[in-house]
Design a protein around this ligand. Structure first.
Ligand code: ISE
Length: 327
């Protein structure tokens, strides 16, 4: 049994705690921490035997915790991941690994100095059944060489006043990771186009169109639109020399109304990627139980995603094509 402590019990942390406490085989939720102690207590109350800690570092060091899951606010990730590495404990960190390339680099260096893999990053789409099929189709060679990857990421609404960098750093960063994973190569440059703003977007530049270039010349376009109103939707089509393959939006139900029939879309990512989150946590725990090695996206993947996302932010702010420079 792997005893896990969860840091941050907001929407994501609470859902991870639920999965670890009742769904993931071989895992036990033993500890939670949140800045808001009531929120932590509410989550602990759903899994008997879970202790609420008043301090995140004490949770990381506790001898009742074998591994740590970090789902606190982005700016705290680096501190908690570094503390987990220092304690010699595997840590699964929600994206971003850290908001800056320098912060991610410090984590990569600390893990290297520890001499073994400890860090995983929560790029859960790699575990989505649809993306997994896309990946095996690309890898089978059935498409011929990949040429273009079209991605769409839409959320129904975003908080008023959201900085224009956030649709990139918080949302499109998933497409950045999944495109690298699907194509198996790195990006070399980024450009961001800014169409007319939606009337729902306030001062946020929304939507945005990101264009990324890979080392071999594949173009990846990402529409990110966080005030799309109608629902949560993620789309992806890979165009190869011989065929194309695209992600279907899974839907359990169809709506018939007013002479219309259609699929019901989720309102956010939790229902859309619920199975991906479950598989991600199960695989992480399975790795720890079988050979002690955590699985999932690595610290390096987290570093690259942040470097590319920040290159996109620089492209947005400067209106120019930006190189992607990996250390
Ligand atoms: C959110 O933070 C996530 O990580 C979701 O997966 C993403 O789809 C959403 O746009 C983000 O805001």
């Amino acid at each position: 049994m792997i005893r896990i402590g969860v840091i941050g019990t907001g929407v994501m942390g609470a859902d991870h705690a639920r999965l670890l406490g009742s769904v993931v085989a071989g895992a036990a939720l033993t500890a939670v921490y949140d800045l808001d102690a009531h929120r932590a207590a509410a989550v602990a109350g759903t899994v008997p035997g879970t202790r609420v800690f008043a301090d995140a570092i004490a949770l990381i060091r506790a001898d009742t915790v074998d591994a740590v899951l970090v789902a606190s606010s982005d700016s705290t990730h680096e501190e908690f991941v570094l503390a987990s590495i220092a304690a010699g404990k595997p840590v699964l960190c929600e994206k971003p690994l850290a908001p800056t390339p320098e912060g991610c680099q410090r984590i990569v260096d600390a893990e290297r100095a520890a001499g073994r893999r400890l860090v995983s990053v929560g790029f859960m789409r790699r575990y989505d059944p649809g993306y997994a099929t896309l990946k095996s189709t690309v890898d089978s060679g059935a498409l011929g060489a990949p040429l273009l990857l079209h991605c769409v990421h839409r959320n129904p609404s975003a908080p008023a006043g959201l900085p224009s960098a956030m649709p990139i750093l918080g949302s499109a960063v998933h497409e950045i990771d999944i495109a690298r994973w699907l194509l198996g190569e790195e990006f070399v440059a980024a450009t961001v186009h800014t169409p007319r703003r939606s009337r729902s977007a306030g001062r946020t530049q929304d939507p945005q169109l990101l264009v990324l270039e890979t080392a071999s010349g594949v173009l990846v376009d990402i529409e990110v639109f966080v005030n799309a109103r109608y629902g949560y939707e993620v789309r992806c089509e890979l165009v190869g020399e011989d065929a194309t393959v695209s992600l279907d939006t899974p839907a359990a139900t169809q709506l018939r109304r007013d002479s219309f029939v259609g699929r019901v879309l989720p309102q956010d990512w939790l229902p859309r990627f619920g199975e991906a989150y479950r598989r991600e946590l199960q695989d992480w725990v399975d790795g720890l139980r079988t050979d002690g090695v955590p699985r999932g996206a690595t610290a390096w993947d987290g570093y690259v995603a942040t470097v590319v996302a920040q290159a996109c932010v620089a492209a947005l702010e400067s209106g120019t094509r930006q190189p992607v420079k990996l250390d």
